[in-house]
Design a protein around this ligand. Structure first.
Ligand code: SF4
Ligand code: SF4
Length: 377
């Protein structure tokens, strides 16, 4: 099956990567998957993309950005066993996870570069006329490239409904500043009643990568105009509830902000320099950022390629909607009734999300075309 899909990948690349010229520096945006995730896109496919770019004389580099947060969390399962959570928050940890999943130069044939730096904060502010946002911090290293190939695993997402090309642009190509602003409303705040410098070594101040937290009159104070919402202070503070998290944004708002971010990437890099390939394989309800995304909910749908991130995501959503659902074992060990063809599966299986939120916002933000023609090869 993989061999078959690799052949298909090459056929699709032959159609869509018509814009790569000899000597072009090509960023191949990937998502290496969280540690313990079992459904991330296998490195063989990315190897095929890299190989094809080289065959055109391009110079490929795998590119990635850091997830929200700063520190790996150790979850104790038993006295002698713990698992590590959040292993993609800094370049150092992210690289280890990438290696674990085969995303390294010796297997794929291209180096991996973190375009937002070690801590995920190196950005370039791009002004936009977005639905929600007026400026976005796009990963600065993106602008070292001439062309961009967005390689996405199409699957479900617990907040966005689905993850594909739009989300890979709108979350995957920006810095922590705008990842925070997409996911949360408001700012992190210190609770002066809990903050107690006699119980700590001011770890919050040491943890902040942008100098946004200071001790004033023996209490930590966050400057909201400097804070980028990286959660480094909160993760390191040893005093429970001394730093309050911001509230999670409503999911429809989150989707709108993701699309604004994508708009900033598309307009600043140049849409004409971007190509998208979606691997609609192993399609789970959860995304590649979670530890265990469980089993696929539809059969593999194939590999999609396009110049347009909205058209390609809409085509994948339509294919997933029209596919027969796969029965899933429930907690009682019984097979559930599969979702029928014609029913959108992500919405049906997770009532908290709606796949239209991203698609509608992308239409409103005028970042692509929702109409498409599907050419099967
Ligand atoms: S926020 Fe936490 S680490 Fe920072 S000064 Fe207060 S108690 Fe100490
Ligand atoms: S104050 Fe803001 S930027 Fe600094 S560590 Fe805390 S969340 Fe990160």
């Amino acid at each position: 099956m993989v061999t078959n899909n690799l052949v298909k990948t090459r056929l699709i690349l032959d159609k869509i990567l018509d814009n790569i010229n000899s000597g072009d520096k090509v960023g191949v945006k990937v998502h290496v998957g969280e540690a313990y995730n079992t459904r991330y896109l296998r490195h063989d496919y990315v190897h095929e993309v890299v190989d094809f770019i080289k065959s055109k004389g391009g110079i490929p580099t795998l590119i990635e950005t850091q997830g929200i947060g700063m520190n790996v969390k150790h979850l104790n399962i038993s006295e002698n066993y713990s698992i590590r959570l959040g292993c993609r928050k800094t370049a150092t940890e992210h690289k280890k996870t990438a290696n674990l999943h085969g995303y390294n130069e010796s297997l794929i044939g291209a180096p991996l570069k973190f375009i937002d730096g070690e801590n995920g904060i190196d950005g370039k502010i791009i002004e936009i006329d977005g639905i929600h946002l007026k400026d976005v911090s796009v990963a600065a290293g993106l602008f070292d490239f001439d062309k961009l190939v967005i390689v996405s695993h199409f699957k479900g997402h617990p907040q966005a409904g689905f993850g594909g090309a739009l989300k890979n642009l709108g979350i995957g190509c920006i810095t922590k500043r705008n990842k925070f602003r997409a996911h949360f409303d408001g700012d992190l705040k210190v609770n002066p009643k809990k903050c107690d410098i006699s119980k700590c070594n001011q770890e919050c101040v040491q943890a902040c990568p942008v100098g946004a937290i200071k001790i004033v009159n023996e209490i930590a104070v966050i400057d909201p105009s400097t804070c980028i919402g990286c959660f480094g202070c909160k993760e390191k503070c040893p005093v429970r509830k001394a730093i309050k998290s911001a509230a999670l944004a409503n999911f429809d708002i989150f989707c709108g902000r993701v699309i604004d971010n994508a708009k900033a990437v598309l307009t600043s890099f140049g849409k004409e320099n971007i190509r998208c390939i979606n691997f609609a394989l192993e399609i789970t309800l959860m995304c590649d950022c979670v530890v265990n995304p469980s089993v696929p909910i539809v059969p593999d749908l194939g590999i999609f390629g396009s110049v347009d991130p909205l058209a390609i995501d809409k085509a994948c959503v339509d294919a997933e909607t029209n596919a027969p659902g796969i029965p899933i074992l429930n907690e009682n060990g019984q097979w559930t009734k599969p979702t029928a063809p014609g029913i959108e599966k992500f919405n049906a299986l997770n009532k908290m999300v709606n796949v239209s939120w991203q698609l509608d916002a992308a239409v409103k933000d005028r970042i692509g075309n929702i109409e498409y023609e599907l050419i099967k090869i």
